[in-house]
Design a protein around this ligand. Structure first.
Ligand SMILES: [Zn+2]
Length: 195
């Protein structure tokens, strides 16, 4: 039975690596997959999902203007695939998460979404909020804080090394400015702790 999956984590936990491995497993068995990632520079078409350990795959892209149900339905009719993989799923709109739910329910295709749960302010991303509400299955991709506890939060460090307190939710590129932390150490960096 097809399901809507949400694999969530904080930054640098290896979500894209897991996505690429799962897609590879389908293709190895002769089943095609359809890969999508967020588009930020307004160019339609070719994108790429890459991972920090060096593997990658070509991907189609989405932005907030795309109807993903229509896109997937048409692509699937032209050249069938067995599974859809969506990277950077935190950037989906609520409507697009519903479109993916319709892909699962009406086209009977599994959709695997991978994304961040919360931003550097500790707020849910819109796409993640909708996926937490609608996904059939959720899996946490774990990574750890420098103290060894599970990291669930992320800070955005500015050029002077301090944690940003505010700013745009979306800032692309430069993983090195984000650090994943446990909640206690996140609070300390955000100035909400006696540490
Ligand atoms: Zn910690």
């Amino acid at each position: 039975m097809a399901k809507l999956y949400f694999h969530y984590s904080t930054m640098n936990a290896g979500k894209s690596t897991i996505l690429l491995q799962a897609s590879h497993n389908y293709r190895e068995r002769g089943m095609d997959t359809y890969l999508l990632t967020a588009r930020f520079d307004r160019r339609a078409g070719e994108g790429r999902i890459g991972s920090r350990i060096g593997i990658g795959a070509d991907s189609d892209t989405f932005d907030e203007t795309d109807d993903l149900f229509v896109r997937i339905r048409d692509r699937h009719a032209a050249a069938p695939f067995a599974c859809i993989f969506v990277d950077e799923a935190q950037f989906l709109t609520k409507d697009q998460v519903w479109q993916l739910a319709r892909v699962v329910d009406d086209l009977r295709l599994p959709v695997m979404c991978y994304g961040l749960r919360v931003d550097f302010r500790g707020e849910l991303f819109p796409g993640s909020a909708a996926l937490l509400a609608l996904a059939d299955e959720m899996r946490e991709v774990r990574t750890i804080c420098h103290c060894g506890k599970k990291a669930t939060m992320v800070v955005r460090r500015t050029a002077d090394g301090r944690a940003a307190q505010e700013g745009a939710q979306i800032q692309i590129g430069g993983n090195e400015t984000y650090v994943s932390l446990c909640r206690r150490h996140w609070r300390a960096e955000m100035g909400d702790s006696p540490l």
